[in-house]
Design a protein around this ligand. Sequence first.
Ligand code: NAD
Length: 296
Amino acid sequence: MTNIAFLGLGHMGLPMAINLHKAGHTISAFDLVPAAIDAARAAGLTVAESGVAALPGAEVVITMFPSGKHVIDAYSGPDGLLANAAPNTLFIDCSTISVAEAQEAHNLAATAGHRSLDAPVSGGVVGAENGTLAFMIGGADEVVAAARELFEIMGARVVHCGGDGLGQAAKVCNNMILAISQIAVSEAFVLGERLGLTHNALFDVAAHASGQCWALTTNCPVPGPVPTSPANREYQPGFAGSLMAKDLGLALAAIEATGVDAQLGRHAQQMYAEFAAGDGAHQDFSGIINTIRTKG
Ligand code: NAD
């Protein structure tokens, strides 16, 4: 049994904390938003008055925050988590943040005498609730080993991607593939429409040919061929356009930091930033097909 301070009880964090609690771990939970604290209390979690107040006795601190700034701010300063945790506490940040911010968080933790992991997830709220998230982890082997049991409660797949920040690196690279392939599939369906192809005919060919990919066979952007895809329910997410736009912003930061000639990644970032600035923010990201259809 591990004593865990779990901070950030939003869409993802609360169900993750509940799964750890159900598995027998002792949770001291906190969020800045009173409604999130009420939901945690209603779920049977012990709640603290602040992030620092959740620390006494905690061997592990898990954060699940909206952005890297939230993580760095919470970690830093004399009133921050790092300065007030017991020596050698294990800090696990599951938020999706930039590679550079993740490396900064690791450096801050190490300087303060703690161990740390970047451990972003995929799988969404359903994965968080069902304990089937995929974890992409950056950090030292022995630190990953110490936390593996916790990841296996919250997730179904745990991949140690390498050293500090490389969990976030894997996350941005994967989501850049996803964004580009969702746009490619959407453009192909709109082109097929203009050429007189039915959606089913194009699907039946591409799903069994070299065009096959998740964006086609699971998240098909037109209604019909894949009855469970968001296109069949007015593009309710799924994975919201706002989250895809956020993740592509992190990919763009990595592209610029490395100088890679990632032209499609840059273009996908622009397209999803525009999509998320309008109705697309709350739609599944496969709704980008409607932008493509109406623009041309
Ligand atoms: P959310 O906004 O629902 O929850 C984040 C919570 O963190 C909020 O309740 C906020 O009040 C809290 N918070 C912020 N600063 C805090 C602090 N200092 N102390 C305590 N609580 C604090 O966001 P979410 O949907 O749960 O996503 C969390 C992270 O997971 C994000 O980085 C997101 O990109 C990533 N993610 C989300 C999904 C998804 O489908 N929602 C999927 C994969 C990854």
